[in-house]
Design a protein around this ligand. Sequence first.
Ligand SMILES: [Zn+2]
Length: 392
Amino acid sequence: MRVDNTLMTPSFTRTLKLKVRSEAYGWLNAAAVEVNQVFNFCNEASWLAATRTDLKRKWLSGFDLCHLTSGAARYFERIGADTIQRICVEYAQKRVAAKRRKLRWRVSRGARRSLGWIPLKAASLKRRGKALRFCGKTFRVFETHRLEGVKWKQGCFAQDAVGDWWLCLPVEYTPEPSVAPEEYVGIDLGLKETAVASEGERLESGRFYRGLEAKIAQAQRCGHRRQAKRLHRKAARRRADALHKFSRRMVNQYQYIAVGDVSSCRLVKTRMAKSVLDAGWGMLKRMLQYKGEYAGRSVAIVSERNTTRACSFCGALTGPTGKDMLVVRRWDCSECAAEHDRDENAARNILYVGLRSRASVCGNELLHEALPVERDTPVLARYGWGVGYETT
Ligand SMILES: [Zn+2]
């Protein structure tokens, strides 16, 4: 079941994220305050226009807001007309996307300060040798070589919780679609291991926070808030790194990828919350989806109902079930006596559900059935499934 992707070679945008050198932080912090003022003006103007009682009542578009703010640049020391227009357009888009009548105010000072954000147009960021120039200020960034030969579109300067500034530039990127060496894989997301593939690859749940907890607690006790935030960022980066590596391996190796639709929202309320949040299932799914899209793979998210209980060999619901059975890692099917690793079995079932639902014409109506087994499915033969039929 190869996907023919010779017909389309779409181009994607990926975002380059470059750290700004700290000498510009003062300027950026001050410019961010000006951005907040424009943003809050948009918020208020939009609200006032929408709550008028006469016939002029309307929701302001980005264009309307640009019109209202024209000429405002001369009242600001740092940001220019380009940035103001970008703020207006982004404000209008964000408000519509959030489906709210009003967005939260951007706060410039105090403990609830918004993280700095300065949008820019492509033309207002220029190269000056190895440095960059924006609004009359010269910036230097780390890893300048990544900008070589790159044509950027509008981007932004963004601040993270630690206080560091990053230059984010979406750039066009044309991937070369290829066909993966292997055909199918199913991935089961779990807690003991973040992800287990039907072919046996595992992503250990790294306990990215667990290792740093003591240090974070100590930093907080001593009142070192910045240090604590730095450690949080470290944990987040470790996790992202592990997920990137795993998803890259999967996408490079397999053409069709099925992932369980396990949602963290429900489990977060239980006592497993810490492990759930640490696991990063949502992030892994997103990575698989976009990397798969870039590489011309098909990635499906399928219902994982019954995938742990069903035997991937004979389809009987003989596996462990319920919260108390989470400790059961290996089990034997009482119907066909097949030995199963809990997660690999689930991953195989997920792949199977994915393949079944893909073949169906009417959508995903097969997702909620108990897993039926067909002996003539080529995948089954490939995995040695259905062999149980001969013995029973
Ligand atoms: Zn069985």
